[in-house]
Ligand binder design. Structure first.
Ligand code: ADP
Ligand code: MG
Ligand code: ZN
Length: 630
């Protein structure tokens, strides 16, 4: 169902529809309340009518479906009415009876629907239908009142007109400098297309912002509009795909038509992957994809279509799943520019924290650098959330400023979900969790690499974590050595190993640790070429899935023998790390007990106390690696 309405005067059409409807409504009312002469005739019981017929007192009768009107030969009393009516009941004998008593009678001709009724029955239902459609269209439409009937195919793009106060500029976005540089150029295109045309440069049509969720893609695109001060159409990919087949394509057409009228301008399609999914990769889903495909085709056609260089329409789009996009979208002349919007590094995080720190009242001496250090891997949205969370904590404690401790606690909240003190562990469970976490801590403390154990907690947090060991990086690291990674695997296995050492059995609590340890081991072999026997080959294809975590990487075509070898190597890495963790924990058995007892008492150990406790841990004398291998 593709209703296309090219009428650009939706408001007027809306008025016409309403007028028509009101007119017909009035007619309908009148047809029901037309004065009916029968209503003035006194109504009597049917039995009386029969009696009167039997008494030969009825002169004539006029029988219709819903009433019998009859005239008496003589009135029962002086001055009483002689014309009466009654309601017929189903009586097959009536004609016979009337004939016997010499009543002159006639029946009404079968009711033929009047012209008005016919007309109404044809016109009213469609009108109701249209009104219902309109209702939905208005409800889902973003423009609100301005959109009229049959506006399904109107693009629902919001035109973003930045006013001076709410205007987003590049100053509001931090930590994504490369993306900013690229987009500054786009702003320039829009402001002074002539300069580029004079030199013969082709202005890019499409720019794709690629990056994990919450890194500021939407924010950046708004900043582009704010900086360029051109009209900015913003629509989400998912809004194209809705309700009716064909509507998406029509909406795309409409959107571009509108945009061309307002050029130079920007169209921003958020969540492009909703329409731009690879057509071939739809994995045999039957039907259902037609709509998306049509929409995608229309988008491609439109992007190829506009060529006016002096009035550029630049399409910005954002996605966090670039690898799922149809290759056709990425061809030259379409989204040929791709801008990576990645998670911020240490200095980027500091700048973002500065932006949001200004929006709350920070206490004297709050050190945002420390917070930036402790939030490696946080995206911009997480940091914004963190500052807000800290402010909430301060307000809850009736303080007027946000203190360092609030920010620290907020980190933990954001990392591990909200504190759930109400969740009660059984005493024996608590014991397992305690040894498990202390296991992580001791192994983590002894492993090389740029992070130190900062806190052990057995207070359950969020949904999954029963306890946790917080390792903070002491420095910002971009490279990890093989040794570091092996240390990370051993640390991850430290929890499970402690359970083995202490209780001689394992629980389900280590599932996530094992997952992560195996991922690291796989990446070491498959991605980083860290295996001696397999050599510096990348067995995993880097399918752009860096945002989804490593395990969706397809493996390169390898021989069965190699596949077996890879599996063996991964297994070997994890096994060796496990042995190493076990050896360390056996060697530090007493310390494991001491700290575990302490944490069972206090639930949380951190800071100097933890540092002091862990300082007495020792690596076993025998070089564990060789011992384990041999
Ligand atoms: P995305 O579109 O990449 O998922 P958003 O742009 O919607 O992310 O970011 C959500 C919110 O997080 C923004 O409104 C902003 O408050 C904050 N934010 C994210 N990244 C940044 C950044 N680089 N600088 C400042 N704020 C950011
Ligand atoms: Mg977004
Ligand atoms: Zn664990």
């Amino acid at each position: 169902m593709a209703i296309r309405q090219d009428d650009n005067r939706p408001t007027r059409r809306f008025g016409l529809v309403n007028l028509l409807l009101i007119g017909f409504g009035v007619l309908l009312l009148f047809s029901n309340f037309l004065p009916n002469p029968a209503t003035q005739v006194p109504r009597v019981p049917y039995s009386l009518f029969i009696d009167q017929v039997n008494d030969d007192n009825v002169k004539r009768a006029y029988i219709t479906q819903d009433q019998i009107r009859y005239e008496l030969t003589k009135a029962p009393e002086e001055g009483a009415p002689t014309v009466l009516s009654t309601t017929p009941i189903f009586d097959m004998e009536l004609p016979q009876r009337l004939e016997q008593h010499g009543v002159e009678f006639a029946a009404a001709p079968p009711k033929r629907p009047s012209f008005i009724t016919t007309a109404l029955s044809w016109v009213v239902p469609p009108l109701i239908f249209i009104l219902v459609l309109q209702f939905f269209a208005r409800r889902s439409g973003m423009g609100g009142g301005a959109q009229g009937a049959l506006s399904f195919t109107k693009s629902k793009a919001k035109v973003y007109v930045p006013d001076e106060e709410s205007r987003v500029t590049f100053a509001d976005v931090a930590g994504v400098d490369e993306a900013k540089t690229e987009l500054t150029e786009i702003v320039d295109f829009l402001k002074t297309p002539q300069r580029y045309m004079d030199i013969g440069a082709r202005i890019p049509k499409g720019v794709l912002l690629v990056g994990p969720p919450g890194t500021g893609k939407t924010l950046l695109s708004k900043a582009v509009a704010g900086e360029a001060s051109v009209p900015f159409f913003i629509i989400s990919g998912s809004e194209f795909v809705e309700l009716f087949v064909g509507a998406g394509a029509a909406r795309v057409r409409d959107l571009f038509e509108e945009a061309k009228k307002k050029a130079p301008c920007i169209i921003f399609i958020d969540e492009l992957d909703a329409i731009g999914k690879s057509r071939s990769g739809s994995m045999g889903v039957v039907g259902g994809n037609d709509e998306r495909e049509q929409t995608l085709n229309q988008l491609l056609t439109e992007m190829d279509g506009f060529t006016a260089q002096d009035k550029p329409v630049i399409v910005l789009a954002a996605t966090n799943q670039p690898e799922t996009l149809d290759a056709a979208l990425l061809r030259p002349g379409r989204f040929d520019r791709q801008v990576l919007v990645d998670r911020p590094d240490l200095s980027g995080r500091k700048m973002i924290l500065d932006i949001y720190g200004k929006k709350v009242k920070l206490a004297e001496g709050v050190d945002l650098d420390k917070i930036a250090q402790a939030t490696s891997g946080f995206a911009g949205a997480d940091l914004a959330n963190l500052v807000n969370e800290a402010a909430l904590l301060a307000a809850r404690a009736y303080r007027t400023t946000v203190e360092q401790a609030d920010l620290n606690e907020a980190i933990e909240r954001v990392v591990a979900g909200l504190e759930k003190k109400s969740r009660v562990l059984q005493p024996d469970e608590k014991k397992v969790v305690a040894y498990h976490e202390v296991g992580h801590a001791i192994v983590g403390h002894l492993m090389p690499g740029g992070s130190k154990v900062a806190k052990i907690s057995i207070v359950p947090r969020g949904m999954a974590a029963l306890g946790y060991t917080l390792q903070l990086p002491t420095e910002e690291r971009f490279l990890n050595s093989k040794e570091d990674l092996e240390g990370q695997i051993a640390t991850l296995l430290g929890g499970r190993s402690a359970e083995e050492v202490v209780f001689g059995e394992v629980t389900t609590g280590a599932a996530n640790d094992l997952q992560r340890a195996t991922d690291i081991a796989e990446q070491m072999i498959g991605t980083y070429g860290m295996s001696e026997t397999l050599g510096p080959l990348a067995y995993d294809k880097q399918g752009g899935s860096r945002f989804l975590g490593g395990n969706s990487n397809p493996r390169r075509a390898v021989s069965d023998a190699t596949a077996l070898e890879i599996d063996k190597e991964v297994r070997g890495l994890v096994d060796r790390a496990h042995d190493r963790a076990l050896a360390i924990l056996h060697h530090n058995r007493e310390l494991l007990e001491t700290i575990s007892h302490k944490i069972l008492e206090k639930e949380v150990i951190e800071g100097d106390e933890l540092k002091h406790l862990l300082a007495s841990s020792q690596l076993p004398e025998t070089p564990v690696l060789e011992a384990a291998v041999g």
